[in-house]
Design a protein around this ligand. Structure first.
Ligand SMILES: C[S@@+](CC[C@H](N)C(=O)[O-])C[C@H]1O[C@@H](n2cnc3c(N)ncnc32)[C@H](O)[C@@H]1O
Length: 360
């Protein structure tokens, strides 16, 4: 029987975690500098070709290629050849995960988010000490784009193909006349709004987000996708009252936990619901209570909570700052406080989110 020194075991774990973190940032370099794309487009590259194609210095190209090989991210078939002659390539399927923005396996944007967090580390330290926050926009485009591109494949492939059909009355209303109106709160770059309008040619969508840059990019995307006549976006707080507006469906995708007044948001959403309308909330699929050594996804979400979501919400002068770990009992409590009488967990099988339908 081997007795492990707990100091040694924990130090090993930290060193393993450190290695993973460093390798993750090296993936960011490959994405942001277009290094993977430069390899994938031509099937392979040596250090000189990579440097020329991506416009980086050859010495850095060599180090990055060798490091990626040691990390198992790239394959090198001639490791014993002189360094400048070695060719490197991506293993089967890896280009899709790294580079294909439509693929359900496109995990790379999650890594891009790290750069947004790295950018504000000194502000995070200050916020923890003062109790203040770090505004969403301070995390910059890497967070904004990282989130949007991470979530987009699910909207493309699952939102209208399986999530909405799991609620047949909602699906039917979106197809019917008079044209249904949808309010998409915390819409980010507008992918959910645009995909919805493309799948249901009658619906009109209003996307609302507190972040000005997100709304500007959402407007551009709607124009590019040819749905700007039915999809519009405004900057605003989701909790603000919406006088004189009525919606058949209100959606909140991975955003309720970010909002400084979640009950106010649900109250505002309830007040604009048409007869028979519903609110659909998608938020993190986490356990109902704090779990030591939680599963990988909950640990990932907790990581985002301490480094991004909670500080961003704290900058909103919150009524309640939930953090990323929005547990089902909390959503139920908020729904009741906002006056909803109907609360349903929609049976949708999606690894990242739970789906809540509120009505009444
Ligand atoms: C995790 S992102 C999700 C964005 C989008 N729904 C998606 O799935 O790609 C959360 C969004 O909520 C927005 N947000 C945070 N607080 C808000 C508030 N009080 N009112 C409106 N939007 C808010 C943020 O600006 C951000 O775009």
């Amino acid at each position: 029987m081997t007795v492990t020194d707990p100091r040694e075991a924990f130090a090993d774990k930290l060193i393993s975690d450190l290695t993973t973190s460093l390798e993750t940032f090296s993936v960011f370099l490959g994405l942001e500098l277009g290094l993977y794309a430069a390899i994938a487009e031509h099937g392979s590259a040596n250090e000189t070709e990579l440097a020329a194609r991506a416009g980086i210095a050859r010495r850095y190209a060599r180090e990055w290629l060798e490091q990626q090989t040691s990390a198992g991210y790239l394959l090198c078939d001639e490791v014993s050849a002189p360094a400048q002659e070695r060719r490197y390539r991506l293993a089967e399927g890896h280009a899709e995960v790294l580079l294909d923005g439509d693929s359900p396996f496109h995990a790379a944007p999650g890594i891009v988010m790290l750069a947004g967090i790295a950018k504000v580390l000194p502000d995070l330290l200050a916020a923890y000490r003062t109790g203040g926050g770090v505004p969403y926009h301070a995390f910059g485009r890497h967070i904004r784009h990282g989130i949007a591109h991470f979530n987009r494949p699910a909207f493309l492939h699952e939102y209208t193909a399986s999530w909405l059909p799991a609620m047949p009355e909602v699906d039917a209303r979106l197809r019917a006349n008079p044209p249904a109106r949808v309010l998409d709160l915390g819409c980010g770059l507008g992918n959910s709004s645009i995909v919805l309008a493309q799948a249901y040619p009658r619906v009109r969508v209003l996307g609302v987000d507190l972040d000005e840059e997100s709304v500007a990019e959402a407007r551009e995307a709607a124009a590019k996708e040819g749905v700007a006549d039915r999809v519009s976006f405004v900057v605003g707080d989701a909790a603000a009252p919406r006088e004189g507006e009525t919606y058949d469906l209100v959606t909140v995708f991975e955003a309720l936990h970010d909002m400084g007044d979640p009950v106010g948001t649900l109250r505002a959403a309830r007040s604009v619901l048409a007869e028979g309308g519903s609110v659909l909330i998608a938020d993190e699929r986490v356990a109902d209570e704090l779990t030591p050594e939680a599963d990988l996804l909950e640990r990932m979400q907790f990581g985002f909570s301490v480094l991004h979501c909670l500080p961003a919400t704290m900058a909103e002068k919150p009524v309640e700052a939930a953090g990323t770990i929005l547990r089902a009992p909390t959503v139920r409590r908020w729904a009741e406080e906002a006056g909803f009488t109907g609360f349903e967990l929609v049976p949708i099988d999606f690894p990242f989110w739970r789906f809540y339908r509120l009505s009444g």
